[in-house]
Design a protein around this ligand. Structure first.
Ligand SMILES: [Zn+2]
Length: 240
């Protein structure tokens, strides 16, 4: 019996051509009109997909409902990021970036094309699915807001029921074994939270004053402050 999710030559062709097209036309941030158009074109023939696009960024949400699905069936979300980086591409390849100063240096072109490939494979096998699938094409991963805005705009409710599980992938070349998947529950790779600490002093007369510099020194010397930038500051302060 052949594997229904085996990548067919047709899907391979669609995926490779899309990846090259996106790689040649990198866009950054929330506004990715060319990338969005390429993705929409590549899923155009999948008539069972319910496709919607973002109103404040170039996001795409496509819902695939299985004929075997029911109101209690799980909803699986598959996500890909689509944005490039402000990096100059300096390699001689046929599909190199045509946009000066921008390139897909992080592999999001691979993620996007791969998710389109998954949409084609799952659409072709939708009668076998026991769940509904949400395909989430996300802009602005590098600027942190892309997923946040899509969640605010309802991607987690796009199938009409809560998402049961969400999966994202990231290519990682050079340091890991080729053709190997590394997987774990929960989060993987860097997060994008930021911590902002404001230290305020009160007055200037001993003993009622609170010196902000003392608080700052305590903070950078504490175990908590082990980040390189804070450690750098600590080293500088030690030299004063
Ligand atoms: Zn990335």
């Amino acid at each position: 019996m052949t594997d229904p999710l085996r990548v067919t030559p047709e899907v391979q062709k669609i995926t490779r051509e899309l990846r090259h097209e996106i790689h040649q036309n990198p866009e950054i941030g929330t506004d990715l009109p060319a990338t969005q158009a390429s993705v929409l074109k590549s899923i155009n023939g999948l008539e069972s997909l319910e496709v919607s696009t973002g109103t404040r960024q170039s996001s795409i949400v496509a819902v695939l409902r299985s004929p075997r699905s029911n109101p209690d069936a799980p909803v699986i979300l598959l996500r890909a990021d689509m944005d490039a980086l402000p990096v100059e591409e300096k390699v001689e390849i046929g599909y190199a970036s045509r946009i000066q100063g921008l390139m897909h240096a992080c592999g999001h072109d691979v993620h996007t094309a791969g998710l389109v490939g998954a949409a084609h494979l799952l659409h072709a096998n939708r009668r076998e699915l026991k769940c509904d699938v949400v395909f989430m094409f996300q802009p602005a991963e590098e600027e942190y807001v892309g997923a946040k805005w899509m969640i605010e705009d309802g991607v987690l409710r796009s199938a009409g029921r809560p998402i049961s599980a969400a999966f994202g992938v990231h290519v990682f070349s050079g340091t890991l074994e080729p053709r190997t998947w590394y997987i774990r529950p929960g989060t993987v790779m860097a997060g994008c939270d930021e911590v902002r600490i404001v230290i305020r002093g009160i007055g200037a007369m001993v003993p009622s004053h609170i010196k902000p510099l003392t608080q700052y020194l305590w903070l950078v010397k504490s175990d908590w402050a082990s980040t390189p930038s804070l450690q750098e500051n600590s080293d500088l302060l030690n030299q004063l």
